[in-house]
Design a protein around this ligand. Sequence first.
Ligand SMILES: Cc1cc2nc3c(=O)[nH]c(=O)nc-3n(C[C@H](O)[C@H](O)[C@H](O)COP(=O)(O)O)c2cc1C
Length: 350
Amino acid sequence: MREEVNLRSQRKNEHVQHALNQKPQNVISDFDKVHFVHHSMPAVNLDEVDLSTAIGDMKFDVPLYINAMTGGSSWTKSINEKFGKVAEATGIPMAVGSMHAAVRHPELSGSYSIVREVNPEGLVFANVGADVSLEGAKKAVDMIRADGLQIHLNVAQELIMPEGDRDFKSWQSNIKSVLNGVDVPVIVKEVGFGMSRETLQLLKAAGVKYVDVSGRGGTNFAEIENARRSAQDMDYLSDWGMSTVQSLMESKGFQKDMTILASGGVKTPLDAMKSLALGGSAVGMSHTLLKYVEDNEVEATIEFVEQFFNQMKKIAVMVNAKTIEELRTSPIVFSPDIVSWMEQRNIQSP
Ligand SMILES: Cc1cc2nc3c(=O)[nH]c(=O)nc-3n(C[C@H](O)[C@H](O)[C@H](O)COP(=O)(O)O)c2cc1C
């Protein structure tokens, strides 16, 4: 028992350490292949820009969130505490990392519930894997009095991880049972490999309303898990998955019926604005904020988030958009390989 607790805490620490060491991926990201069209005479002043958004009944003014990362060890408890303070000061939602360990070993629960202690009124999301039971999901939600529950889909990560899961067929029925059994909104998310139209279709059929496509371009769990393998022989999968831009294009046909959230490789306010323009209702960041908070501590990270948001609003002015809705009607030009992806996947240009 103790051995399993130690193993899980150690694995989480390794993930965080590898993620912190990870260099920004491809010098040219897919966000650089999406171009806004500059507007020289905007009919909107900076202080009129309103990028407020909602995930179901959860409304928030700054369309950003701290995506799932940490908890389960003393180091990652301290990171959760810092993120909790950043979320509280900036009003953005935050998710904790996978709570699987604490569901089975309640002595670890403090490393997650710290986010509630420091941010009693904020929007906080619990996080579990799709192998979770309904009972486990309920425990995770209760543990941090969560406003929402993220269920992560991480098949690529599990398969590359030597000690990872090998059975996935129960995921669909688990998701359905959690959807029907918990009384908070359920957000199904990837962990950096993106989501296809086919996956979204299955989620929609299961009744899922909130999806975070979390695409390739930032944290790369194929590389992280490969680095943790003693054989290190699955390096060739480092490009596996779809970028956040490709995933958002895949989600086009679902954006009316589902709330699509964008994460994966968001580094700048411009990346975030492009994510919103392509249909994301809010933008999640993990690596960018993890690196920032570990290098600069809480006050500077609060300032970073505030500046990030201010700059998003400036970009809104330059494309003549007052709201996220208007941003979605802004003209966009795609570089050829994104056009080719859309053509081959039969996705209409927006
Ligand atoms: C250190 C670290 C740990 C993570 N742990 C989890 C997790 O426990 N559950 C989860 O759903 N996603 C987890 N993720 C994935 C992120 O939530 C996100 O989907 C992914 O990192 C892509 O975003 P990014 O490029 O901004 O980092 C983790 C990411 C990082 C960097």
